[in-house]
Design a protein around this ligand. Structure first.
Ligand SMILES: *[C@@H]1O[C@H](CO)[C@@H](O)[C@H](O)[C@H]1NC(C)=O
Ligand SMILES: *[C@@H]1O[C@H](CO)[C@@H](O)[C@H](O)[C@H]1NC(C)=O
Ligand SMILES: *[C@@H]1O[C@H](CO)[C@@H](O)[C@H](O)[C@H]1NC(C)=O
Length: 280
């Protein structure tokens, strides 16, 4: 059942995004139908993404309690049921197949939410390196205990550094909030309408704005933001900080929806390209 929640976000969105992409390129609906003939037959639309999910119950038939480091201060219950959704989305042998589409976006969203929720108390939007190592290992153990693939860290290329501030100069909540127009950011991202988001990227752009603003801190002049290239590691690292701040200002289930929605927009674009490439 949990699986269905994740997929229900992904599948209709793929169809709508296709429409959105073709409309914005001036393609007609006939064009779209030629590529996606099943859009018109609403009776049983064919999914564009593989539906290889295991039975959701399988993952929970033998729930083992993992041995944790005791050195991670993240509150694992503060992420609501995101951990078990992630375990299902990254279920054992299916994880590599669904990595970019389902497992890793959910894993990323969970990490952002865990750190975001803990920032309410720690006032920090990043873990230090030592802390990050223990926490990542603990998160993995909990997920494995619930049936997730044991190589999730490798599959999703997550290093402990991913949980730190990396090259982003702002990690404290107070600095973040005094630098960024946080009500504007929250306004753009509190509710992400997936179709509009994939077409117009309202929340994605607000996140990028905020990331560029904090990335510019400590740059040579006050217009440092102009010195940063469009895509830099520093901005990407700051985007992680922004996502954690967002997750701390939403309840876990809304945070999950927003974060997954944002990555679905990206995944579906990538997926579309991949499909094209495979067909050729
Ligand atoms: C659950 O897993 C443990 C360890 O792998 C095993 O010893 C136990 O018998 C399993 N329990 C069930 C109900 O399958
Ligand atoms: C952890 O989070 C849960 C759910 O939000 C909360 O009820 C609990 O008090 C938190 N525990 C600690 C130690 O902060
Ligand atoms: C890392 O963070 C933890 C928890 O906030 C703290 O106890 C520890 O001293 C920090 N370690 C370093 C090396 O800063």
């Amino acid at each position: 059942m949990r699986q269905r929640v994740s997929f229900s976000l992904t599948l209709p969105l793929t169809l709508l995004l296709l429409l959105c992409v073709y409309e914005s390129r001036g393609g007609s609906v006939r064009n779209t139908e030629a590529i996606a003939p099943d859009i018109s037959s609403t009776v049983n639309p064919q999914p564009f993404l593989p539906l290889l999910a295991p039975s959701p119950l399988t993952a929970f038939t033998n729930y083992s309690i993992p041995k944790l480091s005791g050195l991670c201060t993240l509150n694992f219950s503060a992420a609501g049921n995101m951990m078990s959704v992630t375990a299902t989305d990254c279920w054992a042998s299916f994880a590599p197949l669904l990595a970019d589409v389902v497992c890793c976006p959910q894993f990323d969203a969970t990490l952002a939410t865990l750190i975001g929720q803990s920032s309410k108390y720690s006032r920090m939007l990043a873990l230090n390196v030592t802390h990050a190592k223990y926490c990542l290992s603990d998160v993995e153990k909990i997920l494995e205990g619930q049936g997730a693939n044991e190589n999730i860290q490798k599959i999703c290329s997550i290093e402990p550094e991913t949980l730190t501030g990396a090259s982003c100069p702002v990690t404290e909540v107070d600095t973040f909030e005094s630098t960024v127009d946080s009500s504007k950011l929250l306004g753009a991202c509190r509710k992400v309408d997936l179709v509009n988001e994939c077409c117009d990227q309202v929340c994605e752009n607000a996140i990028l704005d905020a990331a560029r603003t904090i990335a510019a801190i400590g740059m040579p002049n006050s217009k440092g933001v102009n010195l940063l290239p469009e895509h830099s590691t520093r901005i990407d690292d700051c985007k992680n900080i922004v996502l954690r701040w967002l997750a701390s200002n939403l309840d876990p289930s809304s945070a999950n929806k927003v974060l997954r929605g944002l990555s679905n927009c990206k995944v579906n674009k990538g997926q579309h390209k991949n499909r094209k490439r495979k067909e050729n």
